[in-house]
Design a binder for this molecule. Structure first.
Ligand SMILES: [Zn+2]
Length: 356
């Protein structure tokens, strides 16, 4: 971490990759400065990179919390076969990774015993404790206990938040997240946010050491099962790709952006990333019939545009002021377009509007 102007330590962002190949890791490391890989598939890729001495900037989230709750233990099990717990700590230590994370189990809101158990694990090497927390921990009923347990344990932690959509979807939850950030700032403990979205940006300006940002809905938080109505709405919209919109600091469906075509994109769909500049067109080009979606080009745009926005903000003289300026602009633009043109853009996520 480096000291920011205000005396608060400024952390770093990196990419969080789910399913990926070695090429993806190399490319994203170049663009984002570092990559966090996930689970056993990620371990396999890390070992592949290690064989050629190319593991710089790569670390691992064991992601054992993704197992179904009944199996949520530090064990990889096959039906009918008892296995010894897989030693994630030693697997990471053997690779010489700069940060070693515990396996991590999913902790439901209010299960203080489970939280204590995770936080009190003893390990033979220095670790950061992975806490995959239901977003309810940020609610009024549980935030005091969460903060109390973090203080009592006094350990480095890697926090992931679980929810069907956006885990930090209200002002109250943002304030709770900021309390956790203040705990880290006050105590000098290392707090990482893994599997996050751009909410990680204000977080690294306010005390988080690391924000590992995902590019897909499944790597931007820990998913939980949908309610039936949510699933229906999701399926109706899913055939058009989500596209990162730099001017809104958020993702929108390409077919929704397409509704802005009569207004030439209404100042929303412009993008300066190399792939958009090279094509000479803006984000409206991604509104295609579902079978013609240029998936690779969307992904390329998402990565480059996201990396560009992060780089510009972090390189500003005053990153916090720059971020705030862009947040206010993004919200204003989204709201005025949605209301004056009656285009049903997704609402700006809560952090854009209510971080402070
Ligand atoms: Zn672009």
């Amino acid at each position: 971490m480096v000291a920011g102007d205000a005396g608060v330590s400024v952390g770093r962002t990196r990419a969080y990759l789910g399913q990926c190949r070695v090429d993806d890791v190399r490319r994203c490391r170049e663009r984002f400065g570092g990559v966090t890989l996930q689970g056993l598939a990620g371990l396999k890729i890390a070992r592949q990179l290690a064989r050629t001495g190319d593991l710089d900037g790569v670390d691992l989230d064991p992601a054992v919390y993704r197992n179904r709750p009944a199996k949520a233990s530090n064990q990889l099990t096959l039906p009918g076969i008892e296995c010894a717990p897989f030693d994630w700590i030693m697997a990471q230590a053997d690779l010489g990774l700069p940060v070693i994370r515990t396996a991590g189990t999913r902790i439901r809101a209010g299960r203080i015993d489970e939280l204590k158990a995770e936080l009190s694990q003893e390990c033979p090497v220095d670790v950061t404790v992975v806490l995959a927390l239901d977003t309810g921990w940020l609610g009024r009923r549980h935030i005091d206990s969460l903060e109390e347990e973090l203080r009592a344990a006094d350990r480095d932690v890697s926090v992931l938040l679980a929810a069907p959509f956006n885990p930090v979807d209200s002002q109250r939850k943002i304030e709770a997240l900021r309390r956790v950030l203040r705990w880290a700032g006050d105590t000098g403990r290392t707090l990482e946010l893994l599997r996050t979205d751009l909410t990680g940006l204000p977080a690294v300006l306010e005390g988080a050491a690391v924000a590992a940002i995902g590019f897909s809905t499944s790597t931007r938080h820990v998913g939980v099962p949908f309610a039936a109505r949510q699933r229906d709405a999701f399926n109706r919209r899913r055939r058009s790709p989500l596209v990162f919109v730099p001017r809104l600091l958020h993702w929108q469906r390409a077919n929704v952006l397409g509704n802005l075509a009569p207004w030439d994109g209404a100042g929303v769909t412009h993008c300066d990333c190399p792939v958009c500049t090279g094509s000479g067109r803006d984000l409206l080009r991604f509104d295609t019939p579902p079978d013609d979606t240029p998936v690779d080009e969307v992904r390329e745009h998402d990565e480059l545009a996201l990396a560009g926005v992060i780089r510009q903000i972090m390189a500003a003289d005053d990153p916090a002021a720059e971020l705030k300026f862009r947040r206010v602009n993004a919200v204003h633009r989204a709201r005025s377009v949605a209301s004056s043109l009656e285009v049903a853009l997704d609402e700006p996520p809560a952090w854009l509007d209510s971080w402070d």
